[in-house]
Design a binder for this molecule. Structure first.
Ligand SMILES: [Fe+2]
Ligand SMILES: [Fe+2]
Length: 206
């Protein structure tokens, strides 16, 4: 993956079997600075939703801002608000499974309950419209005994299903930028983390 470094600073192997400690030190060094830009890349991707209405009364970026603003104004913590902001980021690439995309992006940085909430919000949001499409609006009942059922049902009810109001005044994306930056600066769950370094050479497998 290109990150602007000169070729002479790159690892020399043709296949990983030849890789040396020196090669991997170089790669780890690149990953360190590349990973610092993650929140900006995520926000740039979110901005692809700008102008994407898909038939809805407001575009998908505005919906995302409204969901996050509602959660924030309701006193939710920063991690929750970031989940709210990014919950539909998968709409551009995950036409048939958009919650999975958001959940995968957020997974290293958020609690298990917030991750589950984002990963499953599509089924819970379906309560509000699946019946109009010939689907089962009660699909969420498959999770009725799950410990995060209530949390996810609440997210959709309080912040997501009602975030299509063209008259609502949301905070701008810049308001949420520092929050996203902070949440994405603290990876907790990743196979590329070790106890000696905050992030190992993740980009090696790209
Ligand atoms: Fe969604
Ligand atoms: Fe949504």
């Amino acid at each position: 993956m290109a990150d602007g470094m000169a070729p002479e600073r790159n690892a020399q192997f043709r296949e990983m079997l030849e890789g040396s400690k020196e090669d991997w030190d170089i790669i780890a060094q690149h990953a360190k600075s590349f990973n610092k830009g993650l929140s900006k890349r995520v926000l740039s991707h979110l901005e692809l939703l700008d102008g994407d209405y898909g038939g809805f009364p407001i575009d998908r970026l505005e919906h995302s801002l409204q969901t996050a603003t509602r959660a924030h104004r309701d006193g939710r913590d920063e991690e929750y608000v970031v989940c709210a902001l990014l919950h539909d980021i998968g709409d551009t690439l995950g036409s048939y499974n958009h919650p999975d995309v958001a959940a995968a992006i957020l997974k290293p940085f958020v609690s298990e309950e917030n991750h589950w909430m984002v990963a499953n919000h599509g089924i819970f949001q379906g309560y509000y419209f699946f019946h109009h499409l010939g689907l089962d609006r009660n699909m969420r009942e498959a999770f009725k005994d799950h410990p995060y059922y209530e949390r996810t049902a609440q997210f959709c009810h309080l912040y997501d299903q009602n975030a299509f109001d063209a008259d609502y005044e949301s905070e701008p994306l810049s308001f949420f930028e520092p929050m996203v930056e902070r949440v994405f600066s603290r990876p907790r769950r990743s196979i590329y983390l070790n106890k000696n370094a905050s992030a190992a050479a993740k980009s090696a497998t790209d």
